[in-house]
Design a protein around this ligand. Structure first.
Ligand code: OAA
Ligand code: MG
Length: 555
């Protein structure tokens, strides 16, 4: 059964509205009622027929970037067909609309640019945001970036808005967030990326980045205007630089329901994979963790692993003692001069290293693995290939079954290729990557590579927050999301080496995560709806790609 909705647009305007356009699927009656008769081929098609044609067109494009451009154009022309197409081919198309191809699209964004989308906040317009937002429809969700720390590829200026679009596509696909009610937001503070500043096609603000007080003045203005217009909407911070991500999260987390995907989403994802890899956490407290990379992702993972260990019975101090975080200068120690605040929590005092042997001031990767007897490697450094054979050999001395998570994105920044990890550990490692990889054959066995990407977590958080009408996003909700996700990895799946569910389970998993998050919101007293309301919001997706029947609303 099709729903019937009343709409006001007619004629060309209707055909040009991607949220309402049905193209060849407009019925004869609708074509007459809405003044579009004669503008379309005579044949009336179903959504399935449109999807089949679009898939044929999609397959004719040879490169991932061309496929991306095609899908984005389809999205700009007809949202319903776009989502129905991606949903029907989710495993094939997720790597196009999202990691890794989205990374390439971001770098090329001013060149592949076609249609405007989202909200661009600049130094020139931030004082008029009330007025500007008044022209937008209702919104339940925004993904917001300043584009300084995009994936592992750094400052991408204007192109950064494409990561927001990619994340929102996932929200609509897997959590049923109505695409008409979500907004990608770019805080365009300029860019320090010289290549972009010199690119004649560059579309962003062609200046070096605004920093300091002005940076916060602009974000304060955005948050105030956003909150005024959409007081209950959820806000996801995405790909800010490590120097501002923690401060921005803390500054607004009690002002609007918000979370940072790279700190908290990646943290929950990593914990989920670790729980799955250790029989739902049974041996998690016995592991020793090395986090390589102390950006938003690295520190976020360290925090969430700590919270997971505490949940499993360790004290805060005991948990921290098992976690070693390294940045480009080696192991982070409390006596380091100029140590950034956000790294402090995981800095070890030099007295912890009493019996260690190491050559220079700070132990390096190998020295830390050797002295601390590391069993779990967590790669969040954006340093492709940094887990080399020497590193893996060293971990193998500490455990027969190392856990190796190479979480940096996109693909070329992966810390270790799965085939190398399997080969160097003679098939004994549990290997996870942030970007998708094919299974690895080793000595007659097929090893599946779990994709430890926050796509398993953030849409469920969004759905859960919306279902509970949560006022804030609490740290405990993230821990719940992680434990819930871990239970979705079956023992058969783990036996193939994968610590994450297959991407084909994404829809089901997202619902499960959403439920855990919503129930936690209730338990913590931050929910604003009744339990019945929450249940009904979790029972089915609010939005799915299908056409409604239109009736003309002349009022
Ligand atoms: O976008 C992704 O694939 C995961 C993520 O948040 C990041 O790497 O920054
Ligand atoms: Mg990110």
């Amino acid at each position: 059964m099709q729903d019937t909705v009343k709409i006001k647009s007619r004629g060309r305007t209707l055909l040009e509205d991607p949220y309402l356009n049905k193209g060849t699927a407009f019925s004869i009656e609708e074509r007459r009622a809405f003044g579009i008769e004669g503008r379309l081929p005579q044949r009336v098609e179903t959504l399935e027929e449109q999807v089949a044609r679009s898939y044929e067109q999609y397959q004719k494009f040879a490169t991932p970037l061309d496929k991306y451009v095609y899908l984005r154009a389809l999205q700009d022309y007809n949202r319903t067909t776009f989502y129905a197409l991606v949903m029907a081919h989710i495993e094939e198309m997720l790597p196009i609309v999202y990691t890794p191809t989205v990374g390439e699209a971001i770098q090329e964004f001013s060149h592949i640019y076609r249609e405007p989308r989202g909200l661009i906040v600049t130094e020139d317009n931030y004082q008029r945001l009330d007025e500007i937002l008044a022209s937008y429809g209702e919104n339940d969700l925004a993904v917001v970036t300043d584009a300084e720390g995009i994936l592992g590829i750094g400052d991408q200026g204007f192109g950064g808005i494409a990561i927001c679009m990619g994340k929102l596509s996932l929200y609509s696909l897997t959590a049923g967030i109505d695409p008409a009610r979500s907004l990608p937001v770019l805080l365009d503070f300029g860019t320090d990326n010289k290549k972009l500043l010199e690119d004649p096609f560059y579309l962003g603000v062609r200046k070096t980045r605004i920093r300091g007080d002005k940076y916060f003045e602009i974000i304060d203005a955005f948050i105030a205007a956003w909150k005024k217009r959409f007081p209950k909407a959820l806000l996801q911070w995405e790909d800010l630089s490590k120097s501002s991500a923690f401060e921005v999260l803390a500054r607004y987390r009690d002002v609007v329901p918000s979370f940072n995907d790279d700190i908290q989403g990646t943290g929950a994802t990593a914990l989920a994979g670790l729980l799955a890899a250790t029989e739902q956490g049974k041996t998690l407290p016995d592991q020793v963790f090395l986090v390589s990379g102390a950006g938003a992702g690295g520190i976020g993972v360290a925090k969430q692993v700590k919270n997971g260990l505490v949940r499993l019975g360790l004290s805060d101090e005991e948990a921290k003692k098992r976690i070693y975080v390294l940045d480009s200068r080696g192991l982070i120690l409390t006596d380091r001069e100029g140590l950034e605040d956000y790294k402090m929590e995981f800095a070890h005092p030099r007295s912890d290293l009493a019996n260690w042997e190491f050559a220079s001031k700070n132990p390096n990767l190998i020295e830390t693995i050797r002295n601390a007897k590391v069993t779990v490697l967590l790669g969040l450094s954006g340093q492709g290939g940094s887990f080399d054979q020497k590193v893996i050999d060293e971990v193998m001395k500490n455990t027969p079954r190392p856990i190796i998570f190479a979480m940096s994105n996109p693909t070329n920044l992966t810390e270790i290729l799965p085939k190398d990890a399997i080969c160097w550990t003679d098939g004994h490692a549990i290997v996870v990557t942030g970007s998708p990889f094919s299974p690895v054959e080793w000595k007659g066995k097929t090893h599946q590579i779990g994709q430890g990407n926050n796509t398993f977590v953030f849409p469920g958080i969004g759905w859960g927050v919306a279902a509970a009408g949560a006022r804030t996003v609490e740290a405990e909700m993230m821990t719940e999301a992680a434990f819930a996700l871990a239970t979705q990895v079956t023992s058969e799946r783990l036996a193939t080496g994968a610590a994450f569910p297959p991407i084909t389970d994404l829809m089901k998993v997202t619902n499960h995560v959403a439920r855990a998050v919503a129930e936690c919101a209730f338990r913590l007293g931050v929910a604003t709806v009744t339990r019945e309301e929450m249940e009904s919001r979790l029972a089915e997706r609010d939005w799915v790609p299908k056409y409604s029947t239109y009736e003309y609303d002349p009022s």
